[in-house]
Design a protein around this ligand. Structure first.
Ligand SMILES: C[S@@+](CC[C@H](N)C(=O)[O-])C[C@H]1O[C@@H](n2cnc3c(N)ncnc32)[C@H](O)[C@@H]1O
Length: 306
């Protein structure tokens, strides 16, 4: 049975959606405020112009998808640190401070190194790993700057993190250090996600939890083309072959504009046939501070064993 949810990430202190409207969003990342395009914000801004003028930087998009550049209006450091208070029932390691700590910075692709709306997945993954009370092997595909990887590792899992970009993997490794998780067993892999899973399947490697956060379009390190609608079914099928006999969870997030949560949930339902569990699916949303409206950022489906 599938349940549909609007999933918020309410634990953030270092991030806030301050306002949205007129095709834009105003956000705070740590001490700094940014204005970015948000085509779905088809209402009027609630905060006065003076608040929007306070932004430290504005992303100026070009016609082509995700192209553009940052206009810096006030001084910001090249990079700065943010934290996320991960929800864990108890601290599994003496060295663990209870929060993910990571670097953020403006990047050419309009992002800053964290997708704040997926934070509820980090809590979901960490909670299940902790509750399992057994050795847990997690695979994180399209892992970006590593925050889901670090959440699983902080809860006690052994994690394999895969991303096509060496730069992102290096950033993620730095975040591991900042978070005080350097001694946790994480394998960092720069590879095409599908190729990697195919190889793991041939080697008979099994995982108890799999996280997938694919972009709409992407490229592997050797130019392998990723196109979410075409590539996801095959990837999910290969992931199924890598699941252990008692999997704990699978979490898929899709940012592709036209993807509905219904479709992602149905793809997951097909993937998880034969395993006893439930699917929760819906939209990852952020509530703005100004007028309480919700911005839907992505759709997701999560399977968990029962
Ligand atoms: C930014 S994250 C995902 C966040 C969000 N879902 C989005 O759509 O932007 C996407 C990550 O996937 C990685 N990536 C893209 N194509 C890939 C591929 N074929 N194999 C592995 N990683 C890939 C990128 O390097 C990037 O770090």
């Amino acid at each position: 049975m599938t349940q549909f949810t609007l999933l918020e990430s309410p634990s953030w202190k270092d991030y806030a959606l301050l306002d949205s409207g007129d095709g834009l969003k105003l956000e705070r990342f740590g001490k700094y405020v940014f204005e970015r395009p948000e085509s779905q914000a088809m209402w009027k801004r609630a905060l006065p112009e003076s608040e929007w003028k306070n932004a430290h930087a504005v992303f100026q998009p070009t016609a082509e998808e995700s192209g553009g550049h940052w206009i810096i209006k006030k001084k910001i450091p090249e990079k700065w640190e943010m934290t996320y208070p991960l929800t864990l029932t108890s601290s599994p390691f003496l060295s663990w401070r209870g929060e993910l700590r990571f670097n953020v910075m403006t990047t050419p692709g309009r992002h800053l190194g964290v997708f704040p709306e997926v934070a509820s997945h980090w809590d979901f993954v960490a909670g299940l790993v902790q509750k399992a009370n057994r050795p847990v092997n997690v695979l994180n595909l399209f892992g970006y700057t590593g925050l889901a990887t670090l959440a699983a590792a902080a809860a006690g899992a052994k994690v394999t993190h895969v991303d096509a970009s060496k730069k992102s993997v290096n950033w993620a490794r730095k975040n591991q250090e900042l978070s005080g998780l350097s001694d946790r067993p994480i394998r960092w892999i720069v590879e095409d996600a599908l190729k990697y899973v195919q190889r793991e399947s041939r080697r008979g490697v099994k995982y108890d939890g799999i996280i997938l956060d694919p972009p709409k379009f992407g490229r592997g390190p050797k130019g392998e083309v990723w196109e979410v609608y075409k590539s996801l079914p095959n990837l999910l099928e290969m992931c199924r072959e890598c699941l252990s006999d008692n999997p704990l969870f699978v979490a898929v997030t899709v940012y592709a504009v036209r993807a509905s949560a219904i479709h992602v949930a149905q793809a997951m339902d097909e993937m998880m046939k034969g395993f006893r569990g439930t699917i929760d699916s819906g939209e990852l949303v952020t509530r703005e501070q100004s007028a309480g409206r919700l911005l839907s950022q992505a759709v997701y489906a999560r399977w968990e064993c029962n």
